[in-house]
Design a protein around this ligand. Structure first.
Ligand code: XBP
Ligand code: MG
Length: 257
């Protein structure tokens, strides 16, 4: 039998969930392309389609295959993609350090409430550890990285979301069963990655708003604040108007029970 206290850990996605980072990623990709003398430019509509491919290097390769397939036979292609992505990561870090991205509503509050309640925290993302550290430091301060007991990033697993690898990696690090955890995600790639036993609350963003979130325990416009409630887009929020630990415990029970 499942009890309310069964929720032990919150697992956070990063891009689109902690913050709306994808515009910063897109600008960093485009700046890296321009600096390399390429006339590639990803507008929002194209980027929305490219986001189906998780991971920056994988996304560049997919773009090359679909838009510049004549380059696929170049022997130095892997190196060129790696160099482009390294430059993109450097530029993204500069944008984070400059304070260009803010946390989504309710994120800082929920992290503080979860820590007060003794919930364990972890991160499950496809972006790099370097990008995670840059975002956490810029938005929550240098000590925030230490709040998360496990930080699973793109380089930690062979297959990125929607593959379940990163959630399995984090659960193994926490030594917890999926049924004791709840994930907060913004995309269908994240939902699929987490769905094998981990209950998922979705707060979609600009790029993921039209995705199919069937299977999520709740879909909310954002995590909300007491003075700025979320809009419930799907699932059950048990009458609550912002995402707090009490709501997440009930979501976990609903899923587990
Ligand atoms: C986010 C991503 C990431 C970023 C780019 O997915 O797909 O690839 O767009 O990051 P999620 P890198 O939020 O599901 O983790 O360039 O560092 O790969
Ligand atoms: Mg995401």
């Amino acid at each position: 039998m499942t009890h309310e206290g069964d929720l032990r850990a919150l697992l956070f996605d990063v891009d689109g969930t902690l913050a709306d980072t994808e515009e910063a990623h897109r600008h960093a990709f485009n700046a890296a392309f321009a600096a390399a003398g390429l006339d590639w430019s990803w507008d929002r509509e194209l980027y929305r389609r490219l986001l189906a491919v998780a991971g920056g290097r994988e996304r560049i390769r997919h773009y090359v295959a679909s838009a510049h397939s004549e380059l696929l036979s170049r022997p130095d292609l892997d190196g060129r993609i790696a160099a482009l992505h390294a430059d993109k990561t450097r530029r993204y870090g500069e944008m984070m350090a400059a304070g260009e991205v803010r946390l989504r509503p309710g994120v800082a509050r929920l992290l503080a409430e979860a820590r007060d309640a003794g919930l364990r925290l972890a991160i499950a993302t496809t972006t790099s550890r370097e990008n995670v550290d840059a975002l956490l430091a810029a938005t929550l301060g240098p000590e925030a990285v230490g709040w998360f007991e496990a930080i699973g990033a793109g380089e930690d697993v062979p297959a990125k979301k929607p593959a379940p690898d990163i959630y399995r990696w984090v659960l193994a690090r926490l030594r917890l069963p999926a049924q004791s955890c709840l994930a907060i995600e913004d995309s269908v790639n994240g939902l699929r990655a987490a769905a094998a036993g981990v209950a998922v609350v979705i707060a979609p963003g600009f790029y993921t708003a039209n995705e199919d979130f069937t299977g999520a325990v709740a879909v909310v416009s954002d995590l909300g604040e007491p003075d700025r409630p979320f809009r419930l887009l799907g699932g059950d929020a048990h009458g609550r108007r912002w995402v707090d630990v009490g709501l997440l415990r009930r979501c976990r029970v609903r899923q587990g029970g």
